[in-house]
Design a protein around this ligand. Structure first.
Ligand code: ARG
Length: 457
């Protein structure tokens, strides 16, 4: 069939070129935004006297009918159309006759695609934010119900100092709060209306761009018509924000996988969020966390793909930009799926306080506190550090631990050691004395929980 844009050419495109060129298989997702945008456009054309009020009404009613019929399934999308914009206009013209052909006055598909995508992503951002909040809430509830559970804190994946499990969890809550900030920030710049750019140069018709922008819930209009149809930085920004969010989920996934291993046994995942093996009867695999970690690479790929697509494009619109949609749709769908499974996985995981405590009791993670004890007795930190290191080496050589090493042995390293040493290096004391803001004591962690709750509200 000849194209709606037949004229300069016959519009007869080879079927292989037609398939290659077509975007309707994926931009059909945008039908609601496309039709809503067109309704606002028709209303503006009528209000400005560019078409008659009756024509505007007919167009709006016609578009409303198409939207209802698509929603109800009465009207099916015709995948032989080039894209969703052409499909809607074609149906409108079939239903209304010549009036339908007036809709495209003072606009272009370049405006439409930029508009539709901004409207679509704006609500996706809201959904992603709501799902992220639900994950933060799941983390907070775990942190609250496990307050007091001690685990080893790590650097270089080597046992470092005792911390509260809740403290570790709340670190992820803080990261996700920043992700929420990035999403909100990105939505702000996304919510700018490109309609009225009219292909690239603006228009000779007496349009009212603000009327359309306001009707569609935008805060601003694109101030340069070439920019309005040329940039996809709002997609790149969202992809970046999602990539950082996925990076956080991926690190949390990695720890979930480690912690649920037989080597750690710090947590046990609910059966509902694990899988079995087809051959090894004992297996309980953390597939959900592994998939989130795996899908992170895919989202980074979407970001890098779009950045690369855009980097060499001259202004204004180029067909290369049609590649934006599959990347951004894939990324938003992926992050939503990940968040949907991650929040309940966190909510339902069971901490194993005894195993964490046992791990905390090995590895000399109270050695810093041993050094601090000597500092409080007047020794400079560097000297205290050296003596403590020698004592740790002694314990390793003799299969002993700091908590039960006899005082006589301590005294051979420094006569500052007294019996009051033992409570000082008790793990609970080590944790509870870290009352600095943001620190690991239950009081500090409770303050962190209160802060996050306040930020969420
Ligand atoms: N399908 C196109 C896209 O997704 C819509 C814009 C096409 N504009 C044009 N002049 N060919 O980018």
């Amino acid at each position: 069939m000849a194209k709606m844009w037949a004229g300069r050419t016959s519009g007869e495109v080879s079927s292989i070129a037609d398939d290659f060129n077509s975007s309707i298989s994926f931009d059909c997702k945008l039908y609601t935004q496309d039709i809503t945008g067109s309704m606002a456009h028709a209303a503006m054309l009528g209000a400005q006297g560019i078409i008659t009020a009756q024509e505007a009404d007919a167009l709006i009613q016609g578009l409303e009918g198409i939207l209802q019929d698509l929603d109800s399934g009465k009207l099916e999308i015709d995948y032989t159309c080039e894209d969703i914009h052409m499909f809607v206009e074609q149906v409108l013209t079939q239903r209304l006759g010549d009036v339908g052909k007036k809709l495209h006055t003072a606009r272009s598909r370049n405006d439409q695609v930029a508009l539709d995508l901004r409207m679509y992503l704006r609500s996706e951002v809201e959904e992603i934010s709501a799902l992220t909040k639900a994950l933060v809430e799941a983390i907070v509830s775990q942190a609250q119900s496990n307050l007091g559970v001690i685990m080893p804190g790590y650097t270089h994946l080597q046992r470092a100092q005792p911390i509260l499990f809740s403290h570790h969890l709340m670190a992820y809550a803080m990261m996700l709060l920043r992700d929420l900030g990035r999403l909100a920030d990105c939505r702000k710049r996304m919510n700018v209306c490109p309609i009225g750019s009219c292909a690239l140069a603006g228009t000779t018709y007496n349009t009212d761009r603000w009327m359309e922008a306001k009707a569609l819930g935008f805060d601003d209009i694109a101030r340069n018509s070439i920019d309005g149809v040329s940039d996809r930085d709002f997609c790149v920004e969202l992809l970046s924000a999602i990539s950082v969010l996925m990076m956080h989920l991926s690190r949390f996934s990695e720890e979930t996988i480690l912690w649920s291993s037989w080597e750690f046994q710090f947590i046990e995942l609910s059966d509902a969020y694990t899988t079995g093996s087809s051959i090894m009867p004992q297996k309980k695999n953390p597939d959900m966390a592994e998939l989130v970690r795996g899908k992170t690479g895919r989202v980074y790929g979407d970001l890098m793909g779009l950045l690369t697509t855009l980097k060499g494009l001259p202004l204004a619109y180029n067909k290369d930009m049609q590649e934006d949609k599959e990347a951004i749709f894939d990324a938003v769908d992926t992050v939503k799926m990940c968040l949907k499974v991650f929040a309940p996985m966190v909510q339902t995981m069971a901490a194993k306080p005894e195993k964490m405590k046992k791990a905390a009791q090995g590895g000399f993670i109270n050695a810093t506190d041993l050094a601090d004890y000597l500092v409080k007795k007047g020794l400079p930190f560097r000297s205290a550090y050296k003596i403590s290191g020698q004592i740790v080496a002694h314990c390793i050589a003799h299969g002993q631990v700091l908590e039960t090493l006899p005082l006589e042995v301590y005294k051979t390293y420094s006569d500052l050691f007294e019996a009051d040493l033992y409570p000082e290096i008790d793990l609970t004391t080590c944790v509870e004395k870290r009352i600095s803001e943001g620190g690991t004591s239950a009081a500090s962690v409770s303050a962190q929980i209160a802060y996050v709750k306040e930020q969420l509200a």
